[in-house]
Design a protein around this ligand. Structure first.
Ligand SMILES: Nc1ncnc2c1ncn2[C@@H]1O[C@H](COP(=O)(O)OP(=O)(O)OP(=O)(O)O)[C@@H](O)[C@H]1O
Length: 245
C-alpha cells in the first residue's frame, strides 16, 4: 500500500436523521499511521461518523474512501482493513476468552492454525492470557474492553476505529489501553478514536478533529490548533472555546 494514500478520506458527507442533518458536509483526511482523535460535545455526530466508515449507517450524500477504495464499491472490501469497536461492545458472557476469539476467527474465516497463534499472541498482549480459563461474565469492564479489542484485531486490520475506548476504565486499565494504542501506531496502524477525556486526547493525539453540531469546526495537531486559535495551556480550554463559541 502506497504510504501516501490516506487511511480515510471523507468528502462532503451529510447524514440526515428524521429531517435533521446530524453530520453536515463533513470532509476529513486521515493519513496512514496517524492517531486521530475526534472530539465533540454529546450528540455532535462523532459516533454517526464512525458508523458510516464501516457501513453501519450510510451517508445521504458525499463519499468515503478507505485506503484508496470507495466504500460505495462494497463495505466487505473496505471493512477487511478495519477493526471497529463500538462504545458498548457485544460479548458473550458464557464464553471463555479463547472461545470468543475462535468465534470471531470463524466470522472472518481465518485459517484455524493462524487463528490459534494470533489469538494467543493477542490475549498475551492484552494481559488476558492468564484469565483464559474464566468466563467473560466474571470480567471487569476493562477486561471486557480489552477482550473486544483483541477480537477486533484478529484479522490483522490496518485501521482501528474505537468509539470511546477509555470511558469507564480505571487508571491502570486506561494506562494499559493507551500503551497498546501507542504501540499499534508505532507499528504503522491508523487509529481513529472518540473520547471525552481531553487530557488523554492532548497527550496521545497526532491530530485532532473537533465536530460541533455535525460540522467539522477545527482540525489539526494540538500545536497547529494552538497556533491558529491562541496559545491555550491545555486542550480542554481550547475545546471549550471552540465548541462554546
Ligand atoms: N439511528 C438514529 N436515528 C435518529 N437519530 C439518531 C440516530 N443515531 C444518532 N442519532 C442522532 O444523531 C445525533 C448525533 O448522534 P451521535 O451518536 O453521532 O453523537 P456523538 O457525537 O457520538 O455523541 P456522544 O458524545 O453523546 O456519544 C444525535 O442527536 C442523535 O440523537
Amino acid at each position: 500500500m502506497d504510504p501516501s494514500t490516506d487511511a480515510v478520506r471523507i468528502r462532503n458527507v451529510t447524514k440526515i436523521f428524521a429531517g435533521i442533518p446530524v453530520v453536515e458536509d463533513l470532509s476529513l483526511d486521515i493519513p496512514q499511521g496517524c492517531l486521530y482523535v475526534l472530539l465533540g460535545p454529546n450528540g455532535a455526530g462523532k459516533t454517526t461518523t464512525l458508523r458510516m466508515l464501516v457501513g453501519l449507517t450510510h451517508p445521504d450524500t458525499g463519499t468515503i474512501n478507505i485506503l484508496g477504495q470507495d466504500v460505495a464499491d462494497g463495505y466487505a472490501r473496505t471493512n477487511a482493513h478495519i477493526a471497529y469497536l463500538p462504545d458498548e461492545p457485544l460479548l458473550y458472557d458464557l464464553l471463555k476468552p479463547v472461545e470468543y476469539m475462535d468465534f470471531v476467527a470463524g466470522l472472518w474465516s481465518i485459517e484455524p492454525t493462524v487463528a490459534k497463534r494470533r489469538s494467543e499472541e493477542l490475549l498475551q498482549q492484552f494481559n488476558l492470557w492468564e484469565h483464559r480459563g474464566k468466563l467473560v461474565k466474571s470480567f471487569s469492564r476493562g477486561m471486557r474492553q480489552k477482550l473486544s479489542f483483541a477480537g477486533a484485531m484478529l484479522h490483522d486490520p490496518k485501521i482501528l476505529i474505537l468509539d470511546e475506548p477509555l470511558t469507564g476504565l480505571d487508571a491502570i486499565a486506561a494506562k494499559q489501553m493507551k500503551d497498546i494504542l501507542q504501540d499499534l501506531v508505532k507499528q504503522g496502524i491508523t487509529i481513529i478514536l472518540t473520547t471525552h477525556i481531553l487530557d488523554v486526547a492532548e497527550r496521545i493525539a497526532d491530530r485532532i478533529g473537533i465536530i460541533s453540531r455535525g460540522k467539522l469546526v477545527e482540525e489539526g495537531s494540538f500545536a497547529e490548533l494552538k497556533q491558529k486559535l491562541g496559545n491555550f495551556d491545555n486542550l480542554e480550554n481550547l475545546f471549550i472555546r471552540v465548541v462554546g463559541a
